[in-house]
Design a protein around this ligand. Structure first.
Ligand code: MFU
Ligand code: CA
Ligand code: CA
Length: 210
């Protein structure tokens, strides 16, 4: 009976010491991985290194070239941001045309294109007229840059102030209806009509590629 109590006591002490990892640890314990202390503090800085090799002389020509490239990139990135509102794009020759699902009065249309660093669309050839017509089929009537605001009956390109050479007036137009039509639109059949500048129409902007 005494020996049973003695053996039980030894076993309890051995298991207890294994569980608590007390210094009384016996070799009965199953080995556990070693435990490390915390990492020490950072040591003092090392000695100064040797002097480096002399650099190449600055290539001012290359720097100028790179500076110019950066300017061009900055402009492209800025233009991309400004042109985000436009949902429809097409390219014809050296012009990009862009529009979106919205109608504005002529003055507001001019502002919209200007804010995107562009101009109101002004077709100068049958090809450009056709390219714009593709949009007008989707958007309905759209303002063009042709107008006779300065002198009645003298149609100018709003962007340049030059007289227009290419025209595609619908028969009977321009008629300056009620003596108040100094703006112009492309109708859904691709022909032009002069109209009052206060009507709301789709706006197509043009961006020159060179
Ligand atoms: C024609 C057009 C005008 C306007 C009017 C309702 O005149 O030329 O621009 O659209 O119809 C009779
Ligand atoms: Ca007129
Ligand atoms: Ca008209």
């Amino acid at each position: 009976m005494h020996s049973l109590i003695l053996i039980s006591t030894i076993l309890i002490v051995a298991i207890w010491s294994c569980l608590t990892e007390e210094p009384t640890k016996t070799n009965l314990c199953i080995e556990k991985p070693e435990r490390y202390g915390k990492e020490g503090r950072e040591g003092p800085p090392g000695p100064k290194g040797d002097k480096g090799e002399t650099g190449r002389p600055a290539d001012m020509h290359r720097i100028t070239e790179l500076e110019e490239e950066i300017q061009t990139l900055k402009l492209s990135v800025s233009n991309l941001g400004k042109r985000m509102p436009f949902t429809y794009w097409s390219r014809y020759g050296q012009k990009m045309f862009a529009t979106k699902n919205d109608t504005l009065i002529f003055k507001e249309g001019i502002k919209l294109c200007k804010e995107a660093n562009g101009e109101i669309a002004m077709p100068v050839s049958a090809g450009e007229n056709d390219a714009l017509w593709q949009f007008v089929k989707l958007t309905g009537g759209a303002y063009l840059g042709v107008n006779d605001m300065k002198i009645e009956g003298q149609y100018e390109d709003f962007n340049t102030g030059n007289p227009v050479m290419f025209t595609n007036w619908r028969s009977g137009e321009p008629n300056d209806h009620q003596s108040e039509e100094d703006c112009s639109e492309m109708k859904s059949d691709g022909t032009w009509n002069d109209l009052w500048c206060k009507w709301s129409r789709a706006i197509i902007c043009q961006f020159k590629l060179i």
